[in-house]
Write a protein that binds this ligand. Structure first.
Ligand SMILES: [Zn+2]
Length: 230
């Protein structure tokens, strides 16, 4: 009965507020929920899967002895991916996180051996409270649900609030040094974990996280982001 009412509520909601494309805001034909076919057709999928080496990611892969390092899509200014990630982070469209979580799950299932767990890059509690959620958690929880790989939202903690990249004039690495702390209690030793974030820009955020994670020699790590800034 509970499910019946939930579905009824969803149908009513879709009728009163029909879902729009998170990239171009056009009305979506049923049963689409996230993005219209015209926007989605522009996505260049599996950027790194086509053998394209992203130099800054390669640097992290070599320096932190990572098993895998990849991004799903190139991210160009004013492209559909940028608009969707903007909608996810700044317009409260949490469903975009589910959409990208599904894309990441599909990529992982097809291309890589199973991971023992997923670790999200955290937001500082101040920013998370303001936004109401961490967009990376939504993606991680979607992958967890689809592939039955545990998602660990609290292994890393952001202990220093840093300004967004666009507002930083100082070197990003200096700004992020000591921004994260780690708690490994929940992680099974010897496992291989995927550290995930939404956008790869300078690589400084993931590097700061890897500095914390690599302080323990009990684990292997890989990194993945939804988009890579070109
Ligand atoms: Zn669209």
């Amino acid at each position: 009965m509970h499910l019946f009412f939930r579905r009824l509520f969803q149908t009513l909601k879709d009728f009163l507020f029909p879902p729009v494309c998170s990239a171009c805001n056009s009305l979506l034909p049923y049963p689409l929920k996230y993005v219209c076919p015209a926007c989605e057709i522009n996505f260049v999928a599996s950027y790194t899967a086509h053998g394209v080496v992203i130099p800054k990611m390669q640097y992290l892969k070599e320096n932190y002895n990572l098993q895998e390092a990849f991004a799903l899509y190139p991210f160009s200014k004013d492209g559909s991916i940028e608009k969707m990630l903007y909608a996810l982070k700044y317009r409260g469209q949490k469903s975009v996180g589910v959409y990208f979580g599904k894309k990441l799950a599909a990529y992982l299932a097809k291309n890589l051996p199973p991971f023992d767990g997923l670790i999200g890059v955290p937001l500082h509690s101040k920013r998370k409270n303001l936004r109401g959620y961490n967009q990376v958690d939504i993606m991680g929880q979607t992958v967890e649900e689809l592939l039955s790989i545990p998602y660990y939202p609290s292994v890393l903690k952001r202990v220093v609030s840093t300004p967004p990249l666009s507002q930083t004039t100082r070197d990003r690495r200096t700004v992020l040094a000591n921004a994260f702390a780690g708690c490994f209690d929940a992680l099974p030793p010897g496992g291989h974990f995927l550290l995930m974030d939404d956008i790869f820009t300078t690589g400084a955020t993931l590097e700061a996280c890897l500095n914390v994670l690599s302080s323990s020699s009990h684990y292997r790590f890989s990194i993945a982001t939804i988009a890579y800034r070109i």
